[in-house]
Design a protein around this ligand. Structure first.
Ligand code: SPD
Length: 346
């Protein structure tokens, strides 16, 4: 039979164990570093509530901003959201952690067209999040000309009426396409040609915004935009006066994925999050807030016909067949940054 003192000691130990367990649960964490306006806050909150994991989120507005922070050792992230050419670079540099696919069974919901792509064969390191294009949005109340191409957008008559993505790789690709040059052919000779084009185009741009280019169009600050497909889709939903145009010169297809940096501490929580957002209902919620080209075919089935018919979210198969994806171009990326930055300050 236990004496009263022994019982007291035992229950104190049990209480301490409980406190320890509770504390251990409280420190479960997930640090997400993702594009702005891409993962809705309610999806993050629901995940945190369901799993008890404390989630922190930081945003970036370009792949290059994200790479600079990772490279400088800033932040300690468990999930990043790189585009295809950046996944390719990070895999080559061995900076990503291989995924435990057993922890991500919902990967089965992704359309096979978006799996096993050349930037990550076998999806060893990345899970497709959203895809999309870059196109032109025209406020037809303010612009009466029939805008069909980048060359129509960047005309002197449109000076001060244009919002453009603040993204050097994007901007240079529009100039390359206008010269009939594929977006990954970034030789010195081709960049020189693109620079010539951009020296005329860049002075026409009024606003640079990669986070929310729709805002300048919505508040009437500008009349034409060269924007992400998801931003275009929101504008089309907002008002019939906005028209979406796939540039006649062509555009590119981006695939933004979730990946785990090699240095991640909470990698199992990162895989939990990946699996969570791949559930059709959750992915549908993401599409509703940020209507990009959703590679999750089970989620797409849950969207309304109107959502699926939004031309800025879902380009046709014919349009997609003409689009290239960006490739890792190594050091040429810095040359492009320098060209665009120098033209902006002229
Ligand atoms: N607000 C989310 C924007 C995502 C854009 N994807 C990036 C493609 C870069 N080439």
């Amino acid at each position: 039979m236990k004496t009263k003192t022994t019982q007291t000691i035992l229950s104190a130990a049990a209480a301490a164990a409980l406190v320890f367990t509770a504390t251990a649960h409280a420190v479960e964490k997930l640090n997400i570093y993702c594009w702005s306006e891409y993962i809705p806050q309610d999806v993050i909150d629901d995940f945190a509530k369901e799993t008890g994991i404390k989630v922190s989120v930081e945003n970036y507005a370009s792949n290059e901003e994200m790479l600079a922070k990772l490279g400088a050792g800033g932040g300690s992230f468990d999930i990043i959201q790189p585009s295809e050419y950046v996944v390719e670079a990070l895999v080559n540099e061995k900076l990503l952690r291989p995924l435990d696919k057993k922890a991500i069974p919902n990967l089965k919901n992704i359309d096979s067209k978006f799996l096993n792509m050349s930037f990550d064969p076998g999806n060893k390191y990345s899970v497709p999040f959203m895809a999309g294009t870059v196109g032109i949005v025209v406020n037809t109340d303010l612009v009466k000309e029939d805008i069909k191409s980048f060359s129509d957008v960047f005309k002197p008559a449109n000076k001060g009426k244009i919002v453009a993505l603040d993204d050097a790789r994007e901007i240079i690709s529009w100039a390359l396409l206008s010269k009939g040059i594929p977006v990954n052919d970034v030789s010195d000779k081709n960049l020189e040609k693109a620079k010539g084009v951009l020296s005329d185009w860049i002075p026409l741009i009024k606003v640079y915004d990669s986070d929310s280019p729709k805002t300048a169009l919505l508040n009437g600050d500008v009349a034409i935009g060269v924007v992400w497909g998801g931003e275009g889709a929101i504008l089309l939903n907002e008002n019939k006066k906005f028209r979406w145009v796939i540039p006649a010169e062509g555009t590119h297809l981006f695939i933004d994925s979730l990946a785990i940096p090699k240095t991640a501490k909470n990698f199992a929580n990162a895989e939990k999050f990946m699996n969570y957002i791949l559930q059709p209902e959750v992915s549908k919620k993401i599409s509703e807030a940020f209507p990009y080209l959703n590679p999750n075919m089970e989620a797409v089935k849950l969207l309304t016909e109107e959502q699926r018919n939004n031309s800025a979210s879902f380009p046709t198969a014919k349009e997609i067949s003409k689009m290239e994806t960006f490739k890792d171009i190594g050091e040429r990326g810095s040359v492009i940054e320098e060209i665009v930055t120098s033209l902006k300050v002229e």
